[in-house]
Design a protein around this ligand. Structure first.
Ligand SMILES: [Zn+2]
Length: 604
């Protein structure tokens, strides 16, 4: 039994801090879930039979009818698939969850083939008749069609696309799943303050942020040693997934290994190149912050484990689950009443899994529940300010989702990751202001601001360098180098050096950090990380505007949040008044960060 928390006047154990996923499948048992998944395959086949052959001669009215039907099916389908995935992430040791997840993956692959051919044929039609994109009948789907047209330039034949989906299932997807299960089932025998303990992966990983340097160092070295011990698995998975990506990119005629990501993120390479060069060129700011951090921590120089550590040695503040709930709800409600209600409902409706359990995978995320125009939040809560901030972050996603799902048709729900973090990081900033107003001592204020700045600098620079690392992996593959553990470690160290220079003494085994980062192992999803830096800079800029405009900002921001995928990243932000191709834009976010930094300096 875990910690006792009070929720709605009821005493709850930590094991009860679980989400209720059964609403996704209306409480169906496993065999009924299998039937549901099978019925999705049948529906997709029916869909394909009804429309497939007719696409090449469709009028705007026909396309509208087909897309309306398609989006309804996609809502149903993605809910059914997500059920298995969420169960599996919450407990990879549960055999039934693992089975349902396998069925879901098979269903995804099978339906993926069917839907892919719809996209392909529609893309082909649009390349022959681009005027259809401008047809007023299709105004709801205009940007969706524009993106389909753009992507169609790199599509292979229908048969080739089918083969790719099939070979991925037992190739790179299996590699990724094997690695994830392997890591999450691990336990670690450690000694903490003369006490022997057995820790889950998440518990050990969380100790890397422990305020005590000895514990942090132990956790860091234990964790990364395990990656070193298993280096054959991790390096082989990385090589398989990256080499596969490179081969596919060449086959499709992508101009760069980044093309797939740029199409996915609906953004141009120019903006991302500007962002990456800003990260490298302003890394002296980051090192300045690290120097300040070393000074506050009272150490001569920072070790690797210090970079993500809280600045203050002892956490001044802990937040029980009950307190966390009240604080995050109030934070969002202080900005907008509806924001607060959306967040409150996430707790009331058992949409959050915050428990710690063996077999639960690491990380935190927010997943869509389309039918209910709502979301599920996944996180492991250990009462620290960092955990509180993560909770606010994921609930911010739920808020953005809520607004988008109610404002747009389902085909426009998905937005670029560059814009998908607006609600979440804004939520972190609202939380910051909320707890700053609650704080009663200088120490608490220092903890709040240092946590915030740690996150900002971590995301922009430490996460940013992952894009530099990924770029170098593809250069190495292009040069014919074998991506083994040694090469990956060398490339990781080289990328770190471009941002950190010599400001940090890295702990033993930290050259294996690349192996810990799940995004490096997501099949068909490369260059995921730059969008985090993009988002961080963007939202800090937005917050600066909020501080200037006050309540006038609320409706403008709500409009921006609810845009979904109706325009590309640059156009959406141009409407708001930001030009991401203008270097000055990137300085706005840094300015806001500096404001917080000065505030922190004043307190010291
Ligand atoms: Zn996020």
């Amino acid at each position: 039994m875990g910690d006792i928390v009070v929720k709605q006047g009821i005493i709850m154990t930590q094991s009860e801090r679980s989400w209720n996923l059964s609403v996704i499948v209306d409480g169906a048992p496993a065999d009924k879930v299998k039937e549901l998944l099978d019925s999705m395959v049948t529906k997709a086949n029916d869909f394909s039979e009804q429309y497939g052959d007719k696409i090449s001669s469709m009028t705007a009215v026909d396309i509208k009818e087909m897309l309306s039907s398609l989006q309804n099916f996609q809502v149903e389908f993605s809910d059914a698939i997500s059920y298995g995935r969420l169960r599996f992430r919450a407990d990879t040791t549960n055999k039934e969850s693992s089975q349902i997840n396998d069925w879901s993956l098979q269903t995804t692959s099978s339906i993926g083939q069917t839907l892919k051919s719809i996209d392909l044929n529609l893309g082909r039609l649009l390349s022959e008749k681009p005027e259809l994109i401008q047809d007023p009948e299709l105004s709801d789907f205009k940007h969706y069609l524009e993106r389909l047209y753009k992507a169609s330039l790199y599509h292979l034949t229908e048969e080739e696309e089918k083969v790719i989906i099939q070979k991925d299932l037992h190739g790179i997807r299996l590699f990724s799943q094997l690695r994830e299960s392997w890591v999450s089932e691990k336990t670690f025998e450690v000694e903490i303050e003369n006490e022997k303990k057995t820790l889950t992966y998440n518990q050990l990983s969380s100790l890397r942020m422990n305020p005590n340097r000895d514990i942090r160092r132990m956790a860091t070295e234990t964790l990364y040693k395990s990656y070193s011990d298993d280096k054959l698995l991790h390096a082989t998975a990385l090589r398989s997934i990256c080499a596969d990506h490179m081969a596919m990119a060449k086959l499709r005629g992508h101009p760069s290994p980044m093309t797939q990501s740029l199409l996915d993120q609906d953004v141009d390479e120019k903006a991302i190149d500007t962002l990456l060069s800003v990260i490298e060129n302003t890394s002296d700011k980051f090192r300045e912050f690290l120097k300040l951090k070393a000074k506050i921590m009272g150490v001569d120089s920072l070790e690797g484990n210090d970079v993500i550590a809280p600045i203050t040695e002892n956490p001044v503040w802990r937040f029980s689950w009950d307190e966390a709930r009240k604080i995050v709800v109030d934070s969002f409600a202080s900005f907008d009443h509806e924001f607060g209600t959306v967040v409150e409902n996430m707790f009331i409706n058992e949409r959050i899994d915050s428990a710690n359990r063996k077999g639960k995978t690491s990380g935190a995320f927010c997943a869509r529940h389309g039918k209910a125009k709502s979301s599920f939040v996944f996180t492991s809560y250990n009462e620290t300010m960092n955990d509180l901030s993560t909770l606010a972050h994921e609930l911010g996603h739920a808020v953005q989702g809520h607004i988008t799902y109610h404002a747009q048709v389902p085909l426009n729900w998905r937005t670029s990751s560059c814009l998908a973090e607006m609600g979440s990081i804004f939520g972190e900033l609202l939380l910051t202001d909320k707890i700053l107003s609650m704080s009663e001592s200088k120490e608490q204020k220092i903890e709040i601001l240092s946590t915030l700045l740690n996150n900002f600098f971590y995301t922009v620079y430490y996460v940013g360098l992952r894009a530099l690392f990924e770029k170098s992996i593809y250069v190495a593959i292009e040069e014919g180098k074998l991506i083994d553990a040694e090469t990956a470690c060398n490339l990781w160290d080289a990328a770190k050096k471009r941002v950190f220079a010599d400001s940090v003494e890295w702990n033993d085994y930290m050259e294996f950090e690349w192996a810990r980062i799940p995004h490096h192992f997501m099949p068909n999803f490369r260059f995921y990380n730059y969008s985090y830096c993009f988002a961080q800079m963007l939202v800090f800029a937005l917050y600066e505007v909020y501080k200037q405009e006050g309540s006038a900002f609320t409706s403008r921001f709500r409009d921006l949040l609810g845009r979904g995928g109706t325009k590309d990243v640059r156009d959406n932000l141009l409407d708001f008044g930001f030009d991401i191709n203008d270097p000055a834009f990137w300085e706005l976010g840094a300015k806001q960060a500096n404001r917080f930094l000065e505030e922190l300096k004043d307190l010291l």
